[in-house]
Design a protein around this ligand. Structure first.
Ligand SMILES: O=C(O)CCC(=O)C(=O)O
Length: 324
């Protein structure tokens, strides 16, 4: 499986493409089982502390955390924190590594970035609870989060729903053809602590809701404008977003987090210094590839402990808009 000529043309022209069924229901089982286990362990812990009565053990994957949230929103938020880990990219179990190296997905990535594939540091697990403070992810481009010297490179986001994503449960929305105008001005201090482009500063193109089946993959560029809105169902919208880049895009492969001293020049840094990048495919030097889930976990954990500082991109606070 790879992206067809038509799919590639769509990606390059429209700044996104959806490829159905890259992951089968069976392929998704290990990651769903890993998240179910965290939900179960955390729910039992909170119950043992007398803060939760019903842990809804018999509810299906998509509903359990939503039922818990309905009974006790704070408990559900605590469980979400445990799933997402530090900064959102903390989950680094073997099931996540298996998704990162899923060969049908890598074949598609190869057609976008070439044969050498770097796993870009920023991957995220997103259990979007029904009507939740952090439920809305406002309009942004992923490059808004990366350092400016990376704007010219392609970093591909793969957005993968683990249950069917619908407009009602908060699927992603995309504004097409937004990869040709560079990085727009983002603001800090918006909804849920995310970066944000306010609606009156968006291009006038109509957004498209990306309704997708579990296991489909939405490919985006780092300049594609996207957002997601509240989940108005009684299910949790579980999704994962993974990122990949070619070797020419700045990365921290082979560096130590300690080399990210405060005085280091930003242009010499990886696109997102706080988290570790890793080599997924390197045909000329296969010995450099991260081959096991254990090695992946070690590389990620090392950066997570040191957490190198990210120089600011200079975005203004939303409340100061119009004053700059
Ligand atoms: O999953 C979401 O709701 C938002 C995802 C997102 O903004 C991203 O993948 O960059």
């Amino acid at each position: 499986m790879s992206l067809t000529k038509t799919e590639l043309e769509h990606f390059h022209k429209e700044a996104y493409v959806v490829k159905p069924a890259i992951f089968s229901e069976e392929d998704l089982q290990p990651i769903k089982a890993a998240f179910s286990e965290i939900v179960d362990t955390e729910a039992k812990r909170i119950k043992s502390e007398g803060r939760l009565e019903n842990i809804h053990s018999d509810a299906p994957f998509g509903n359990r955390l939503a039922h818990i949230s309905n009974d006790n929103p704070e408990a559900a938020s605590e469980i979400v924190q445990a799933v997402m880990g530090a900064g959102g990219g903390g989950f680094k179990g073997p099931a996540l590594f298996q998704m990162l190296v899923h060969s049908p997905l890598l074949s598609c990535i190869e057609s976008l970035v070439g044969p050498t594939i770097i796993g870009s540091s920023v991957y995220r697990v997103r259990p979007k609870l029904p009507i939740w403070e952090r439920g809305e992810v406002p309009w942004h481009q992923d490059s808004g989060y990366f350092l400016p010297h990376c704007d010219q490179y392609l970093i591909v986001t793969c957005w993968i729903p683990l249950i069917d994503a619908t407009t009602d449960n908060g699927c992603l929305h995309v504004i097409p053809r937004t990869h040709e105008q560079g990085v727009l001005r983002h603001y800090t201090g918006g909804h849920g602590g995310y970066l944000e482009i306010p609606p009156d500063e968006l291009p006038h193109t109509e957004p498209i809701p990306m309704e997708m089946k579990a296991g489909d993959v939405l490919f985006l560029t780092n300049l594609t404008l996207h957002a997601s809105f509240h989940n108005r169902t009684d299910q949790v919208r579980w999704s994962i977003d993974l990122r990949y880049q070619g070797p020419e895009a700045p990365n921290n492969v082979g560096e130590t987090p300690e080399s990210y001293a405060r005085e280091r020049e930003a242009v010499t840094m990886a696109c997102y210094p706080p988290e570790a990048d890793f080599i997924i495919r390197q045909p000329e030097h296969p010995e450099q590839e991260v081959k096991t889930a254990d090695e992946f976990r070690r590389i990620r954990a090392r950066y997570e402990r040191a957490r190198p500082q990210m120089p600011g991109r200079g975005w203004t606070r939303l409340t100061d808009r119009g004053q700059s």
